[in-house]
Each structure stands twice: as structure tokens, then as C-alpha cells.
Design a protein around this ligand. Structure first.
Ligand SMILES: Nc1ncnc2c1ncn2[C@@H]1O[C@H](COP(=O)(O)OP(=O)(O)OP(=O)(O)O)[C@@H](O)[C@H]1O
Ligand SMILES: O=P(O)(O)OC[C@H]1O[C@](O)(CO)[C@@H](O)[C@@H]1O
Length: 439
């Protein structure tokens, strides 16, 4: 694996003493890693990888550590910040908004924070309701509910128009909470800002319940989401165990990445088969899924299949994966699978009670659990420290268990997938007992 040196952009030289300067000075003398020059290799990453001989020292990524800086770029007294949430929902969005606002107000003394409504549409005049003023009292209780108080959207907006809005409103810092598409948008906004030679920081807090954004560690809300999906799998197990020839199909989100399916299936080890987009399989044939399923039901009396929504797409006729305009869409493999199971059990003369569970939107609309809420708070704090220090065109994340700044372009270059040869998939195989190949 060749790992890039992750160059972080900054708006310019830090000019003001940070309100947290005293704490930073204290930390610099006690730090696990030396943060004095704001650009260091993470010590434990180097020693771990180098000691294992996995990666040559010069290929270890140099993430810039997250955290407060002694000097900052923006004057808190005059700084105006904006927050926008884009893309699909994810547990913890309100937690991130809340923590951004509290950190800005309470630790930096920034008192002007605008919440743009309905995603990037809120940055295009006339496309969304007026922005709202975000204050500590407004955000105090918002994390009790799922979703986002700001609203979200997926529409397409002119980058130049969005930057015009930032300029018109005097915004110095834009926080973008969203998925890979939103981060591409954030990078495009940064490019336009740079082209106009403006000093506006763009900092992303990556969001995806699919956990498919690379280099950031686990994404916030992911744990809450798979825990919710695991409840459906547990229910599916109970239902199928109590039925004659009980088979349950639990469809979970995951268009291109099967992380939700893997983790939710591992949670209570209630699944017999996990199907993910990264691992192809056949329905027919001696080792195909249908034969394996019949075998499992004969032996155990029931079976639970956890299906990531993007799995099995290659088994659906192309015409059912294309919309009226010719665009590729997600085909209904769950429907096809259930039809094939019904036919197969009938052909085999086996009794069947087939149940379908679709936790779908439920898993992403719930509030964050305590662990995710903590994670959201810490990510938001790191995002505020980064922005106040003038970092731009970055996202915050926790690669290798260290909060860090990662250039936006690095996280949007590729998407993270379950490695079919990796230890997560091995755990799934061990837990379910399904064969490594089903062809
Ligand atoms: N290259 C780009 N330039 C400008 N805006 C973009 C770009 N790519 C995506 N966007 C905008 O980002 C917003 C969110 O994108 P998208 O719908 O892909 O969701 P997402 O952030 O990937 O979240 P999810 O993970 O839920 O899909 C949309 O408003 C979209 O127009
Ligand atoms: O229905 P929506 O909002 O377009 O979102 C569905 C998609 O969003 C995600 O939750 C996140 O990208 C996917 O797992 C899912 O396919």
C-alpha cells in the first residue's frame, strides 16, 4: 500500500492568540505527540507500522493531528461561521451541529453562527427557507432527536452562487456535514474561494451510515445505525425460529459497501448468511445460495439472511437496474431473492414461512447513542479548532484512533469497501458459517 503524504491547506499565518493557548502550551510539554509545529507524524502510527515492517517509514501517512492551536487565524470577536448539512440522514447530525455551536461560542467566543437550511440549497438564494441563527440555547436539546434541525437535500447548486452567498453574508468559516458528494461540493466551494483569493475556511465533518468514506476511521452514527439494524436481525431470528420452515430476509442499507450488513449481523450472531456488494455469489448451482439455504434450513429448521441493498445487483436483468432516463439505479434484489426462495422451496417440497424485514430509514433517523454522541462532539471540537486555525479544504476524522485533519480530495478519491480478504469478512464467515464462495 502506498500512502500519500497528506498536505493540509491553510489560509495563512496564524495571527491571534487562541483562547485555549494556555491549555495548548500545557499540552505541548506533556503531549504524547509533539504538536509544536502543527505538522508532525503520529508517533504511534510510525512505530506500529514500522515495527511490524508493514510499511516503509517514508510511506507512513502524515496526518496533521487535530486539536487546539496556540495561535489561530481568525479573530473570534469578528468571526462569522456557517453550518450546512447535506445528503441522507445519519444519527448524530444534530450532535455535530450542537457541538460546533457550543465550541464556537463557549471556547472561542464566536457569537455569529448561521445555520443554512436544506443542504446546499440553503446557500442558493430562493431555493430554501432563510438561514437561522444558531445559539447555544437553540442547540441545547436538539441532539435528543434524530435527523437534522437544519434540514438536508441532494439537489445540485451553482458553486459560484454558493460562494456569493458566503461573501454576501460575511461568512469566514463554512462547516459542511455530509457524505462524499457533499465533500466534493465542499472542495468545489473551496476551489472557487481560492480562485477569488478569499479567506474563507471550508471544513468538513464526513457523514455516512454506510461507513464508506476512507481515511477517517469509523464514521459517526455508524455504530448507532448498525445497532438499530441488529434489532431487526434479532427479531428476524425469533420469527423464523418460531415458524415452520422459517426464512427471514433482512434488507439493510449499503449501496456499494456492506459494512452495516457485516456489523449488524455480527452484533448478536443471529445471521446464517450475509450478502454484500463486495462479494459476488450465485443463486443457482450446487454451492449457490439457494442450495446452501435449503441445507441450512434442513439442518437448523430456519435461516436468517442479511442483505445489503447493493448486493446481488449483477443477478438482476439490466433493464430492472435502469430508470426511464437510462440512469443506473438500485434494482430490487430483495424481491427477486424472495421470489426465487419461494420457488426453490416449492420445487424441493420443503415447507416455507418467508418473512421480510426492512429496517431501511429507521436506522439512520434515530438519535445517536451515547458513544456516537461523544464521537460527534469530539469531531466537532476538532473541526472548530481546525477552522479557527485557518485550516481549509479538509475533513476531520479519526484515522488510526487519532483525531486528524485529512485533505478533502483524499477522502473523495475513492470509497471504502469491505475487503473480501480482510478480517471483518472472515469474522462474518466464522459467525454465520456460510461458505467462503457460493457459486
Ligand atoms: N462535485 C460536486 N460539486 C458540487 N456539489 C456537489 C458535487 N458532488 C455533490 N455535490 C452536492 O452535494 C450534495 C450532497 O451530495 P449527495 O446527494 O451525493 O449526498 P452525500 O453527501 O454523498 O450523502 P449520502 O452519503 O447520504 O449520499 C448535493 O447537493 C450535491 O449536489
Ligand atoms: O433515499 P435516499 O435519501 O436517497 O438515501 C438512500 C441511500 O443513502 C444511504 O443511506 C447513504 O448513502 C445509502 O445507504 C442509501 O442507499
Amino acid at each position: 500500500m502506498s500512502l500519500a503524504d497528506l498536505q493540509v491547506r491553510s489560509l495563512g499565518e496564524a495571527r491571534y492568540d487562541s483562547p485555549l493557548a494556555e491549555y495548548v502550551a500545557h499540552r505541548a510539554t506533556n503531549a504524547y505527540y509533539v504538536a509544536e509545529d502543527d505538522r508532525v507524524l503520529i508517533d504511534d502510527t510510525i512505530s506500529l507500522l514500522a515495527s511490524r515492517g508493514d510499511v516503509p517509514l517514508d510511506e507512513v501517512p502524515s496526518y496533521e493531528p487535530g486539536g487546539p492551536r496556540r495561535k489561530i487565524f481568525f479573530d473570534p470577536a469578528t468571526t462569522k461561521a456557517g453550518i450546512v448539512t447535506c445528503g441522507g440522514l445519519c444519527p448524530g447530525l444534530n450532535d455535530v451541529i450542537r457541538a460546533l455551536v457550543l465550541e464556537l461560542f463557549e471556547h472561542y467566543g464566536v457569537t455569529d453562527v448561521t445555520g443554512f437550511r436544506n443542504g446546499y440549497a440553503g446557500l442558493a438564494p430562493g431555493q430554501a427557507p432563510d438561514p437561522i441563527e444558531l445559539t447555544p440555547s437553540f442547540v441545547q436539546s436538539i441532539a435528543e432527536r434524530g435527523g437534522t434541525v437544519l434540514g438536508s437535500s441532494r439537489g445540485s447548486q451553482e458553486v459560484g452562487v454558493m460562494v456569493d452567498t458566503l461573501v454576501d453574508r460575511g461568512i469566514d468559516i463554512l462547516f459542511v456535514i455530509g457524505g462524499d458528494g457533499s465533500m466534493r461540493g465542499a472542495h468545489a466551494i473551496h476551489e472557487e474561494i481560492a480562485r477569488r483569493e478569499l479567506s474563507i475556511a471550508v471544513v468538513g465533518v464526513p457523514k455516512t451510515i454506510d461507513n464508506d468514506i476512507p481515511l477517517i476511521g469509523t464514521s459517526f452514527g455508524f455504530q448507532t445505525a448498525y445497532a438499530k439494524a441488529a434489532e431487526s436481525i434479532k427479531a428476524a431470528r425469533v420469527e423464523s425460529d418460531a415458524a415452520v420452515g422459517g426464512v427471514a430476509v433482512v434488507k439493510v442499507m449499503g449501496r456499494h459497501a456492506g459494512f452495516v450488513a457485516c456489523y449488524s449481523a455480527l452484533a448478536y450472531q443471529d445471521a446464517d448468511f450475509v450478502l454484500i456488494p463486495e462479494v459476488p455469489f450465485s443463486l443457482d448451482g450446487e454451492n449457490g445460495l439457494l442450495a446452501q439455504l435449503a441445507k441450512r434450513v434442513s439442518e437448523r429448521g430456519s435461516a436468517v439472511i442479511v442483505l445489503a441493498e447493493g448486493a446481488g445487483q449483477d443477478l438482476i436483468p439490466a433493464s430492472r437496474r435502469t430508470d426511464a432516463s437510462g440512469n443506473q439505479v438500485l434494482g430490487d434484489f430483495s424481491g427477486l431473492l424472495r421470489a426465487r426462495i419461494a420457488r426453490d422451496f416449492k420445487d424441493r417440497g420443503m415447507p416455507l414461512t418467508l418473512r421480510h424485514f426492512d429496517p431501511g430509514y429507521l436506522i439512520r433517523s434515530v438519535p445517536a447513542d451515547a458513544a456516537d454522541s461523544v464521537y460527534c462532539t469530539r469531531l466537532a471540537q476538532v473541526a472548530v479548532h481546525a477552522a479557527m486555525a485557518g485550516r481549509t479544504d479538509i475533513v476531520v476524522g479519526r484515522p488510526r484512533h487519532r483525531f486528524a485533519h485529512v485533505p478533502i480530495e483524499e477522502v473523495t478519491k475513492r470509497t471504502q469497501r469491505v475487503n473480501p480478504d480482510g478480517d471483518l469478512w472472515l469474522s462474518v464467515m466464522e459467525s454465520t458459517g456460510q461458505p467462503f464462495t457460493m457459486h
